[in-house]
Design a protein around this ligand. Structure first.
Ligand SMILES: C[S@@+](CC[C@H](N)C(=O)[O-])C[C@H]1O[C@@H](n2cnc3c(N)ncnc32)[C@H](O)[C@@H]1O
Length: 296
């Protein structure tokens, strides 16, 4: 037998999932994909390899994967990184994943830990290890809260490469002044540099979703330009939420509630070097940090 004829699992590599395998596993496990849990499974080996390559992860990384599902991306990650900690909310999928990995990547199975939990609420104490990277095909309806929760709670995460709905990817990576710049853009920028990292079509999923997908990469600031402790994050996020809750109003008006009165909002805006007649959509994360610092 030539090397090419030896199956990947026998070569110590993961046997990735194609369309037939995804359907067969779903049938075997009795999986009926739900919209509520954003269950669209990738059945294309090139897509999962591209995600892993774009994440820039390697043997030195412990990867946190949110929503491993049937294991498409998990198997591709196991080929490349030191450890994968997979957080899955669906108890059936969480229980089945180690079995799939033992079958399709027997030599790599001890690199995987599965945690049955809700990634929007998971606590650092439930994660066995210090993940250096988040790599995930996120459930679309909770992608932004999951991303922000994990960057807030896990300071060891230095980078993230996530697949999300294309529109959400655009919003996360938007710059000040753009129409789609908003709460997700500024909050993600509080933690690090954000950029679009590619597009993914609908055909690589089962079931086929209604929307296109996009890749986003976030690299945490190696030397944060501002304090990133919990207290400062809460303060900064509070003023971001207030500014965008009434995005058409000037900041003087929109921040009246946050500051106590429009006059006090004006005073604080001037103290932070921000024109009171400007709108939230023109401010970068640094400006929101300065503004939050004026809060007594
Ligand atoms: C878009 S699918 C991705 C599945 C797999 N990673 C893939 O690429 O084929 C999203 C996965 O996230 C899981 N999920 C949904 N909400 C979750 C949550 N709050 N916490 C953890 N996992 C969640 C779903 O059960 C599903 O397995």
């Amino acid at each position: 037998m030539s090397d090419a004829e030896v199956p990947p699992a026998a070569r110590g590599q993961a046997a990735l999932l194609g369309p037939a395998e995804v359907r067969a596993l779903a049938e075997e496990f009795g999986v009926r994909p739900t919209k509520q849990l954003g269950q669209n499974f990738v059945h294309d080996a090139n897509t999962v390899r591209r995600i892993v390559a774009t994440a820039g992860v390697g043997r030195e990384d412990t990867v946190l994967e949110v929503g491993p599902g049937l294991g498409s991306l998990t198997l591709a990650l196991l080929d490349v990184v030191d450890r994968v900690i997979a957080v899955e909310i669906d108890p059936n999928l969480a229980a089945r994943l180690p079995v799939t990995v033992a079958d399709r990547a027997p030599d790599l199975a001890d690199r995987l830990t599965v945690v049955g939990a809700d990634a929007m609420r998971v606590k650092p104490s439930e994660i066995p290890g210090e993940p250096t990277a988040l790599v995930a095909n996120l459930p679309y309806n909770v992608a932004v809260p999951v991303l922000l929760h994990l960057f807030s709670e896990l300071p060891s995460l230095r980078t993230a490469l996530v697949m999300v709905q294309a529109e959400v990817a655009d919003r996360l990576a938007a710059s000040p002044g753009s129409k789609i710049y908003g709460v997700p853009s500024v909050k993600a920028n509080f933690f690090g540099a954000v950029r679009r990292a590619g597009a993914v079509g609908r055909a690589v999923f089962w079931p086929v979703p209604k929307v296109e997908s996009g890749l986003v990469r976030i690299d945490r600031y190696a030397e944060p330009p501002w304090p990133v402790d919990d207290e400062n994050r809460r303060r900064v996020f509070a003023v971001i939420d207030a500014a965008f809750a009434q995005r058409r109003k000037t900041l003087r008006a929109a921040l009246g509630g946050w500051a106590g009165s429009p006059a006090e909002a004006e005073r604080r805006l001037l103290e932070a070097g921000i024109p009171p007649s400007s709108r939230g959509e023109t401010l970068d994360a640094a400006a929101f940090v300065r503004l939050a610092a004026t809060h007594p």
